[in-house]
Design a protein around this ligand. Structure first.
Ligand code: TSJ
Length: 640
């Protein structure tokens, strides 16, 4: 067989590969919700970031176009267009070969850094069309695909050119396929946040973002000279800093390590890990490497300075990280990931490398900054004291009510004990709770009514939090315990319900309750959110009853507008003020029945979003909180 025939034979499997992506898109991009949609852009941009890491690209532009497409442009070398040994331009292989997420080495084509940029064929397969312009060798070369299938005729195995140019670079314009995605409108806020993050992690890079979809174009340039130092400052911008940002970097075992951290006058730690510019939501070895070494270094200092006496136990890691914000960014030539969402770095050499660099550099820094060292250690001392008091409170409380799950007064549990099929509704108000208990599918749906406003966990100490009846009931019902700054007793595998659904009124009070619950989950059971178990029920705002035809529930004002336009005849409109106004049948139809209800899954995409959300949730200003809830409420998706 000639090489060309090999490709042609292979091209059948190429198409089969892309067909597989279209059949199971979730396997390749996580989901077909808006989160997956935004991911398409990240997959493309990552290629340009790789080109930057290779040393050839300083400028990336990302445009959200009026026609619903996205454009990404870089000033790199341009994807190679010369004929590959398989008889097609190398560019074709980039967009048609599945690279399997870097899991195995791809001999056909490898991106410059070999780091990411493996998803361009996935984006291609999931796009109605994808247009490419590559500027290199004096020409603009053009190619186009529709749903992954090339539709430009090659001449002697080469791409047609559409003009001459002295520049180099790559431009991709694509339209996400409406047959695949539930929603095809990109979400600017999340994309901006991710691009900003990328700019922090690549201080020499400039990223231009334009949202051209509105009446006025929104134009932003991200360029962060100070790199992760600026990142930490940004994460801490709302808090009172106790010291300047501490920064160090180094290389070990071929892994580059960069760390920036700062202490603020707050009670929590926020330690974020990145590998090859990708945020690791589940952490991993780079984080543990940092934590282990940092804890040990600081305990050594504490003993040297006599802050810990011979008889004293060491500070725990959490004592020492009390109030710390840190960004740990490493570059690894062959990263591996594990965990539920494959975002946990797994390479043991990363732990060693971060540990080694941290051991050397932290000592060097603190030896020269004794004042900061002393203030960090004295805050660790305070944290240790509080921890000891709270540990006592915790054992007392938990031992008292460990076995109270099924006998819990207010919980109307479901009959099934198969967690994958079970749901628990947390319902605001006793009357709505009562209706929900009547209306539910008792086999799979549990109802937990909660009364009034639950405790704001950001403003209360841990023993108060655990003493709160509503919170105790929830922790018991979910079955996984809880994690807290001081040790982690949370075990998601024990979760008794696949879906935890918050059901609150669509008004300001409801939004507030939602916020309080999300804060509780985010602080004590974050895995529930990261692994997508938390939902917000979207009860309808209206019921339209036409004099002729079927009644219809309308979930927001937009839906009402639409209804008014569609329905010429007269109709009566019932406005629901709250869940309490609905009878059991209505509640079932609108909010409980998996076939008809609308649920919004609570998602936290990246580190900055997570941090912003907590800030929003934690902050005392009411307006941003509302913004969070309502903004997401509008994105309600049919959960079928
Ligand atoms: F711009 C973009 F985001 F749309 C995009 C840029 C999308 C994709 C899929 C790839 C790229 C891209 C790829 N930008 N720059 C590159 N560079 C290469 O592919 C490249 C160029 C030259 C050489 C070389 O060895 O000469 C090697 C590579 C990998």
């Amino acid at each position: 067989m000639s090489k060309k025939d090999t490709y042609n034979a292979g091209s059948i499997s190429v198409l089969e590969g892309l067909e597989a992506v279209r059949k199971r898109p979730g396997m390749y991009i996580g989901s077909v919700s808006r989160k997956g949609l935004n991911h398409l852009i990240y997959e493309i941009v990552d290629n340009s970031v790789d080109e930057h890491l290779a040393g050839y690209c300083s400028h990336i532009e990302v445009y959200l176009e009026k026609d619903g497409t996205a454009t990404v442009i870089d000033d790199g070398r341009g994807i190679p267009v010369d004929m590959h040994e398989l008889g097609v331009p190398a560019e074709r292989l980039v967009f048609t070969t599945l690279h399997a997420g870097g899991k195995f080495d791809d001999s056909v084509y490898k991106t410059s850094g070999g780091l990411h940029g493996v998803g361009s064929s996935v984006v291609n397969a999931l796009s109605e069309f994808l247009d490419i312009e590559i500027s290199r060798d004096g020409y603009i070369h053009h190619d186009r695909y529709e749903r992954g299938v090339p539709c430009v005729q090659l001449k002697d195995g080469l791409l047609p050119t559409t003009g001459r140019t002295k520049k180099t670079g790559t431009k991709v314009n694509f339209l996400p396929d409406g047959e695949i995605f539930e929603k095809t409108r990109f979400q600017a806020e999340e994309i901006k946040s991710r691009l900003h993050e990328t700019a922090y992690l690549n201080p020499k890079l400039t990223i231009v973002f334009e949202d051209r979809r509105g009446e006025e174009t929104e134009h932003i340039e991200y360029h962060e000279e100070d790199g992760i130092i600026g990142f930490v400052k940004d994460l801490d911008k709302k808090a009172e800093a106790l010291c300047d940002v501490i920064y160090y970097s180094g290389t070990s075992e071929g892994i580059t390590v960069e760390v920036a951290f700062q202490y603020v006058n707050e009670f929590h730690e926020n330690v974020l890990g990145f590998c090859n510019n990708i945020y690791n939501a589940e952490g991993g070895t780079h984080i543990t490497g940092f934590k282990t070494t940092f804890t040990s270094v600081m305990n050594t200092y504490a003993r040297e300075l006599g802050i810990l006496k011979e008889k004293d136990a060491n500070f725990t890691g959490a004592d020492i990280r009390n109030g710390m914000t840190a960004v740990i960014s490493i570059k690894h030539p062959a990263p591996r990931f594990e965990g539920q969402t494959k975002t946990k770095l797994d390479n043991q050499d990363a732990a060693r490398a971060v540990g080694k660099v941290t051991g050397e550099e932290v000592v060097r820094w603190f030896d020269r900054n004794l004042e900061v060292l002393k203030s960090v250690l004295s805050s660790a001392e305070k944290a240790a004291k509080i921890r000891k008091t709270e540990e006592k409170a915790k054992t007392n409380l938990l031992s008292k009510q460990k076995y109270s799950f099924d006998s819990n007064g207010k919980l109307a549990n479901c009959e099934s004990r198969e967690p994958s099929k079970c749901e628990i509704f947390i319902v605001e108000g006793d009357s709505a709770g009562g209706s929900a208990k009547t209306a539910r599918d008792r086999k799979y749906q549990a109802i937990l009514p909660i009364r009034g406003k639950i405790l704001n966990v950001e403003k209360a100490s841990i023993d108060k939090v655990l003493a709160n009846a509503e919170i105790k009931t929830m922790i018991n019902a979910f079955g996984c315990g809880f994690s807290e700054g001081y040790g982690n007793d949370f075990d998601i595998t024990k979760l008794r319900y696949d879906k935890i659904i918050i059901m609150a009124d669509a008004d300001v009070d409801g939004a507030h309750i939602c916020t309080l619950l999300l804060t509780l989950f985010y602080r004590f059971m974050p895995e529930l959110i990261y692994e997508g178990h938390v939902y917000i029920a979207m009860p309808p705002l209206y019921k339209a009853m036409p004099s002729r035809g079927k009644e219809e529930y309308l979930y927001d004002d937009k839906a009402l507008e639409k209804y008014r336009r569609r329905h010429k005849g007269p109709f009566t409109l019932q406005r629901y003020k709250g869940l309490g106004e609905m009878d059991a049948q209505q509640l079932w139809e609108t909010t409980l029945d998996p076939k008809t209800r609308i649920l919004k899954r609570v998602e936290i995409e990246d580190a900055r979003m997570a941090s912003d959300v907590t800030e929003m949730l934690m902050g005392t200003d009411v307006p941003p909180r509302k913004a969070f809830i309502y903004e997401h409420a509008r994105e309600a998706q049919l959960d079928v």
